[in-house]
Ligand binder design. Structure first.
Ligand code: B1M
Length: 219
């Protein structure tokens, strides 16, 4: 019940209610993951649908995103605890939203979950051209490069990152992962990306696997 109410608060853009309910849920023993999946993300799904159908507009979407960020602040310590317990292999991930794309809610969630799981996340931000991904890889020497894209028009930018990494002779030193509303398994299979991240929680296990592969190749 409290999870549905959190989704409702998110849909209504009610920050205070969202925070209060998230605290209540944790106090009642609801897991942070359940609050995330069945409260926050299901609320965001409804907003996404309404945005698509022109039932709500940019200000409402941003208000819901603000509720989501505040609720995530409440959940953060509990999420970090869960994930730390589950993680074993650590590594570095360079993460960004590709050029032309301003969406960062999903990327931030991925960063939060990966950090909680013990990975070092170098978040290069939104609207990042391929050259910035390359620079970050040269500087940070990550095992994984994560790319987020939410628009049909920006998904091809993922290929530009792949090409730029090849040109800089870095592609065989890293594994790549892509996610976001317009990305699916078929897209990554056809475009030479190493892995598809369907969700922030799935991204943890996938990153774990990719880091292990890179470390095994190096040894
Ligand atoms: Co935008 N937008 N938006 N938008 N927006 C979508 C993506 C859209 C699908 C809505 C729709 O029409 N149905 C549509 C894209 C259509 C398309 O191209 N196929 C769209 C559009 C058209 C636009 C604009 C062009 C609208 C306009 O101005 N006319 C414009 C573009 C701006 C730009 O980027 N250049 C725009 C603007 C905006 C806002 C600014 C209002 C806002 C973004 C705010 C922000 O991010 N700070 C916004 C939002 C919020 C959305 C929707 C409603 C929600 C996206 C979101 O945050 N979801 C979205 C509709 C939708 O996705 N159904 C929509 C919640 C988030 C937790 O999910 O990002 O999918 P998501 O991330 C998930 C997974 O995908 C995964 O993990 C996350 C958590 O589980 N994941 C990864 C994501 N990245 C990953 C990376 C990984 C692994 C997993 O590894 C690296």
């Amino acid at each position: 019940m409290v999870k549905e109410k959190i989704a409702e608060a998110l849909i209504n853009g009610d920050v205070e209610k969202g925070k209060e309910l998230a605290k209540q849920a944790l106090d009642e023993g609801v897991s942070a993951k359940e609050v995330l999946d069945e409260g926050v993300l299901s609320g965001m799904e409804v907003i996404g649908e309404r945005f698509k159908n022109f039932e709500v507009y940019i200000p409402e979407v941003l208000q819901s995103a603000a509720v989501m960020n505040e609720v995530m602040e409440v959940l953060k310590p509990a999420l970090a605890e869960i994930e730390e317990g589950e993680s074993s292999t650590k590594g570095t991930v360079v993460l960004g939203t590709v050029e032309g794309d301003m969406h960062d809610i999903g990327k931030n969630l991925v960063a939060l979950m990966l950090e909680g799981a013990g990975f070092k996340v170098v978040d290069i931000g939104i609207d990042q051209p391929a050259s910035k991904f390359v620079e970050a890889v040269e500087k940070e020497k990550p095992q994984v490069v994560g790319m987020s894209a939410l628009l049909t028009t920006t998904a091809p930018k993922i290929l530009e990152v792949e090409e730029a990494l090849k040109k800089a002779n870095l592609r065989d030193k890293v594994k790549t992962m892509a996610g976001g509303a317009v990305i699916d398994q078929d897209f990554v299979d056809k475009n030479g990306v190493d892995a598809y991240g369907p969700s922030a929680t799935a991204a943890i296990e996938i990153t774990q696997k990719l880091v292990s592969e890179v470390k095994n190749n190096a040894s």
